[in-house]
Design a protein around this ligand. Structure first.
Ligand code: SF4
Length: 289
């Protein structure tokens, strides 16, 4: 089944109606502009036609494993694409094709607005400087799912910007990707005071936002950083030690679990295990070392 521009348009409108029913009444100006441009765009080629543009020779061309779906969307028409990456566009996925990028950005912006106004956790919402929604590529092959904002993240409004963030950046680079290729977000969007772990009730309160982020992003791969992220996503009580080293499944995404960069800073001897996990992930993504 092909996903046409018209179908995507209807799905975007349906999503907006859902937000309206949830009480969202205003759109930021930039969001309204990009969404308006997408909705006004005349129907053109279907995703199926776009897929057909790639000749077998192109599909068999040199692998560009670090390429992301967004970078493919911006690439020149004659740029080689790997079969694996072309296959990552699910034709039944309303947010999947590159042409849906404005709809994804708009959906994330609206969700971010909801998060910014959220006060479900009384302690966290009263202590935070700002919410920390998530950052990165709206069309990621890979999303990193962490625990919660620390002091630096709370100040800057972006996940993984402190020392743990620097280490995560190094891990991403070692995997031959850039931070802007991936998406990064946390189980809770507000900083737990004193850097304590988020409480079960807070994690549960915030899960609906992560769930909606993943619904929009639909990454091919998710990397859970630490036990809080792994337990929340996989609904398990197993330790990182037992969950790492193999693939799990969350809806359409393949999931790996590894140690949180903050833990690696405290326990450098665990870095080798995380590197093993990342090598397993890179092999599955078709990225050569
Ligand atoms: S942690 Fe999540 S659910 Fe709790 S107040 Fe912040 S945004 Fe809302």
């Amino acid at each position: 089944m092909e996903t046409t521009h018209e179908q995507l348009r209807r799905q975007a409108i349906q999503f907006l109606r859902g937000l309206q029913q949830a009480g969202v009444t205003d759109l930021p100006a930039e969001t309204a502009r990009s969404l308006g441009a997408f909705l006004a765009e005349p129907p053109s080629e279907s995703v199926g036609e776009e897929r057909a543009k790639f000749s077998p020779a192109e599909e068999a061309g040199p692998e560009k494993p670090a390429a992301t779906r967004e970078s493919q969307a911006d690439a020149p028409a004659d740029a080689p694409r790997s079969e694996k990456n072309v296959d990552s566009f699910s034709l039944s996925d309303p947010y999947g094709p590159p042409s849906a990028l404005p709809a994804r950005r708009a959906a994330l912006d609206l969700l971010n607005q909801q998060v910014a106004a959220c006060d479900r956790c009384s302690e966290l919402s009263s202590c935070r400087t700002q919410t920390v929604f998530g950052t990165g590529n709206p069309l990621p092959r890979l999303a990193f799912y962490g625990e919660g904002p620390g002091a630096d993240e709370d100040r800057q409004g972006e996940p993984f910007v402190g020392r743990a963030g620097e280490l995560l950046n190094k891990i991403i680079q070692a995997c031959k990707m850039k931070r802007e290729d991936v998406y990064i977000f946390n189980t809770v969007k507000c900083r737990p005071p004193g850097n304590r772990n988020p409480r079960e009730e807070e994690i549960s309160n915030c899960w609906q936002y992560s769930e909606q982020q993943l619904e929009v992003l639909q990454p091919e791969f998710i990397c859970c950083l630490g036990s809080v992220a792994a337990r929340t996503l996989l609904k398990t009580t197993e330790s990182v030690g037992r969950l790492r080293g193999k693939f799990h499944q969350y809806r359409g995404s393949r999931v790996i679990v590894t140690y949180h960069p903050a833990y690696l800073l405290r326990t450098p001897e665990a870095k080798a295990k995380t590197w093993d996990d990342m090598k397993m992930l890179m092999a599955a993504m078709g990225i050569e070392l």
